[in-house]
Design a protein around this ligand. Structure first.
Ligand SMILES: Nc1ncnc2c1ncn2[C@@H]1O[C@H](COP(=O)(O)OP(=O)(O)OP(=O)(O)O)[C@@H](O)[C@H]1O
Ligand SMILES: [Mg+2]
Length: 241
């Protein structure tokens, strides 16, 4: 079976700066993969390339075996790639429900009762049902993060790309977010999650990838990756000091 999302030989260069070098990255159906690595390692750039926000200077992106390297982000969204950003980007003038409805309508192409059902399900899944009629701009950080996840799920993804959605949360809030992401997993959606809060990440992922200076330096079972001398030297040693 083809992986749900696959990047092969991905390279990215901005002027003289080589940001990604020959990165191979795959996510299986329903698999949860974490990405860690020092600041500037190229993690967000990899997500941008996979989602179609930027075109790589070399390499190929496939969704379920189909070459989408030249496809726009909205086309990839329709093929099942959902994305949540570190800084939530809700439509501030709209309610929580309206935000999710827009995502389900444009991202998943739903209409009528199917659209209402999808929106209600996603709000429930993300613990936002009670806040459905609140204006998005009035939400606190945890709820804005939940809404970001809800908007992503409303597009009906087969894989979600999460970039530091735990950043800025307290330990208790991060634990709540983990339970929301776990719910996503139980729905058989694959996850790619970049997060510096490693102890939060390892509660959810099956596999951990560590990047440094635009390359994948480790890829495997989370505890094995965290114990890898190369990873400790490039990332964990710096994080601890
Ligand atoms: N649009 C751009 N133009 C020029 N350089 C860029 C651009 N986007 C990213 N970079 C550079 O590419 C490198 C990798 O950035 P990226 O944001 O992918 O790192 P990251 O691993 O996500 O880091 P962080 O953990 O801080 O979020 C950095 O040196 C960054 O300055
Ligand atoms: Mg980043």
């Amino acid at each position: 079976m083809s992986p749900i999302l696959e990047g092969s030989g991905l390279s990215m260069r901005y002027g003289d700066l080589q940001v990604l070098t020959g990165v191979d990255f795959t996510v299986g159906e329903g698999e949860a993969v974490g990405i860690v690595g020092p600041n500037g390692a190229g993690k967000t750039t990899l997500l941008n390339v996979l989602a179609g926000a930027v075109r790589p200077t070399a390499g190929t992106v496939r969704i379920a075996g189909r070459d989408v390297t030249r496809a726009r982000p909205d086309q990839r969204c329709r093929l099942g790639v959902g994305r949540a950003f570190q800084v939530p980007r809700p439509f501030g003038g709209m309610t929580v429900l309206e935000n999710v409805v827009v995502a389900a309508s444009y991202g998943a192409g739903l209409r009528g009762p199917a659209l209402s059902r999808q929106a209600a399900d996603v709000l429930e899944e993300c613990g936002l049902t009670e806040l459905a009629n609140r204006r998005a701009e009035s939400l606190g950080l945890l709820h804005r993060k939940r809404l970001e996840l809800a908007r992503c799920l409303a597009t009906g993804p087969r894989v979600v790309l999460l970039d530091e959605i735990g950043a800025g949360l307290t330990d208790a809030e991060a634990a709540e977010l983990v339970s929301a992401v776990r719910q996503v997993r139980s729905g058989d959606i694959a996850i790619v999650w970049i997060e510096h809060i490693v102890h939060v990440l390892v509660q959810v992922v099956d596999r951990l990838v560590c990047m440094d200076t635009g390359r994948v330096i480790a890829d495997g079972e989370p505890q094995a990756v965290l114990g890898d001398a190369v990873v400790i030297d490039a990332y964990l040693g710096k994080a601890a000091s």
